[in-house]
Design a protein around this ligand. Structure first.
Ligand code: GLV
Length: 314
């Protein structure tokens, strides 16, 4: 079965070697892995593995039966107006992705909670200035998006002793998490989020959901952690929100334009921490089994793992 990998900006050598090795070990002898754009006759291709594909190219494959994201997110796929209609889309759900994201969030939460951001600035100024410790109960965390990643982060933060609430599109709770849903409950949710974490999927409804109007509902001096997508944050609102004291700072892993342009004001801002979209990176070794499992399922007509609702966008 021919599979093409369409990911113009990534080193694909590890993916190819891991997928071929694991297929061999599983006794799958006919895996025919190709790399776009030199992927031979388009009619051979039955599955596409993609990350940031050029919009429209997926229509070139008349026998395509499945499109798999190479990550947890699928905004890069569902935002393509020319995505082939009848072809199912799947995403990756992976223990390593979940573990790494949880770790990054914990690090960002604890660095803020233990005032490492303040101490870093004080070190540069050679200022020895202990801060009054915060209590965890004074530092409730609000998580926007309670999917696989948001749920794992919520449970971990609860274990660390933080009060946690969650906001999602649909109704539905999680033990120990104060639940909010829908636009009506957003202000109340924000009002109790001393640390706000965005893990939403990016859809037309969530684009620019992190903006000055919403920041005004937060307790003053709240801290923002964005590990969703750059498009969630209305970037021009962040520094004004910090200047007004609505936010005390932010830790950002995702940006509207990536790589973040050299002249972007976030780079040099003392209260903004920038990381280069590394909170949770796909490990080919770890995700190859589910990709191969979906190939087998395609062959035998079984339901695919981790299907995406294209209309909903996640
Ligand atoms: C990374 O951003 C992913 O969606 O896996």
């Amino acid at each position: 079965m021919a599979v093409t990998i369409i990911s113009p900006n990534r080193d694909l050598a590890p993916w190819i070697s891991v997928l071929n090795d694991q297929a061999r070990n599983l006794g799958i002898r006919d895996l025919d892995l190709r790399v776009w754009p030199d992927d031979g006759p388009k009619a051979d291709i039955e599955m596409a593995l993609t990350w940031a594909h050029p919009p429209g190219v997926l229509n070139d494959y008349p026998n395509l039966k499945c499109i798999s994201s190479m990550g947890a997110g699928v905004d890069h796929l569902v935002s393509d107006p020319d995505l082939p209609r009848g072809v199912p889309v799947v995403r990756l759900v992976d223990a390593h992705l979940i573990r790494d994201m949880t770790e990054y969030i914990l690090l960002a939460v604890l660095s803020h909670f233990r005032r490492f951001d303040v101490y870093q600035a004080n070190q540069w100024a050679k200022r020895w200035q202990p801060q009054t410790p915060m209590e965890k109960k004074e530092c409730p965390v609000g998580i926007m998006g309670l999917g696989q990643l948001g749920t794992a982060a919520a449970l971990r933060l609860i274990r660390e002793g933080f009060p946690v609430s969650g906001w999602r599109n649909m109704n539905g709770g999680l033990p120990g998490v104060t639940a909010f849903h829908g636009q009506d409950q957003l202000p109340e949710f924000l009002g109790r989020s001393r640390i706000l974490i965005c893990l939403l999927p990016l859809t037309p409804a969530t684009r620019h959901i992190l903006n000055l109007t919403q920041f005004a509902h937060l307790p003053s001096g709240a801290y923002l952690i964005n590990v969703g997508r750059g498009g969630h944050l209305k970037e021009e609102d962040l520094i004004p929100a910090i200047d007004k004291g609505l936010l005390s700072g932010a830790c950002l892993d995702v940006f509207e334009a990536e790589p973040l342009p050299g002249n972007h004001p976030f780079w040099a801002h003392p209260r903004i921490r920038v990381t280069p979209h590394v909170s949770s990176q796909t490990d080919p070794e770890s995700v190859a089994p589910q990709i191969l499992e979906n190939l087998e399922r395609l062959r035998s007509g079984k339901p695919l793992l981790n299907p995406v609702n294209k209309a909903r966008g996640y």
